[in-house]
Design a protein around this ligand. Sequence first.
Ligand SMILES: [Zn+2]
Length: 411
Amino acid sequence: MRNLWVNTDRIGADLDALAAITDPGRPWTRRAFSPRFDQGRDWLRTRFAQAGLRVALDAGGNLIGTRPGTDPDAGTILLGSHSDTVPDGGRFDGVAGVIVALEVARMLDEQGIQLRHTLEVVDFLAEEVSVFGVSCTGSRAMAGVLPDDWLGLIHEGRSLDQAIRDVGGDATARARRDDIRAFLELHIEQGPVLEAEGLDLGIVTAIAGIERIEIVLTGRPDHAGTAPMDRRADALVAAAALVTAIDAEAQARAQGPDHFTATVGEFSIEPGAANVVPGRVRMLIDARAEARPEMEEFLRWIEDRLTALPDGITAESRLLSDNRPTPMNEGLVKQLEVASTNCGASHRRMVSGAGHDAAFVAQIAPSIMIFVPSRDGRSHCLEEFSTTPSIALGAEVIADAVIALDKQKGN
Ligand SMILES: [Zn+2]
């Protein structure tokens, strides 16, 4: 491995400093739209300014540090991720990508490297599901696809519109960007693959599409002691068979070449009493696929299953959300492979099963993500951990790619 130009100790110190800004007694909690989040942002704003970046907020409430390029017409290379966290987890999730972006800017200055492109370091607002129940708020705004009706969502008497204003944005102002020539996001893998295979980096080829499907099964509530076993319409028994079938179907699809998962993560029964045959079940399926046709097959498979339920059981299903898979830019995939090799980082291509800001930025600009290993594949929990050297190596790879992209004609 070549000697790194990025400063590993400085990356480690920044990660520690941001991790220390957490709700008291609750590591590592800095949820969007909370006072703790604002504290984290204040710290970042200071660090951006110390690095010589021009600091501003865009209309979507994203914190942006700018390093002007020499050619005003060359456009912008955007680096970054998000600094907000889920409750009780998120020491590296998002944060690593923001600190790496900052470090790349600092390193370019120290090496005296002037870019043609403007370089921007971004901390996207509210990537995680916030108290308003929605995610990727800032990146959707930057892509011009933040739904208008979201602005009216209310939490504890405050609207999302007001919450974005309170961090310094104005989501009613159209914020869609058209100057971004490339977006590069480093993120922790949040899965076990890189660690298991002993690899330094994952180069993301696509972000899986995500469907949420609500199914309600209705049977007939009856007395648990007097209703004969052969004359029941037990909604839970039918639902249990359905859950098992969904898992088997997903297991089979996961054997194929494309990433596929399906999970029943919410499940409730009514009336929910020991002496009553369950009359109603509600379940929520989270299904994720790299390939859209496979998702459509799965949705048809569910509809077929729902027409073949036991006597007396009826079903209703509803697609609650429908996010298409997002391929990453093929040219950037190749560029990151070259950069990884240049930096001596072992790597593989992989699909992200989790959603990310890059899925939205990809709608307005060529985008790419790289993953660094997560210890035991854990994330969104206290144990979430990635080593500083692995993150620094990722920073070096991003820096190598940025310098190469800056030199390319037509970029
Ligand atoms: Zn994240």
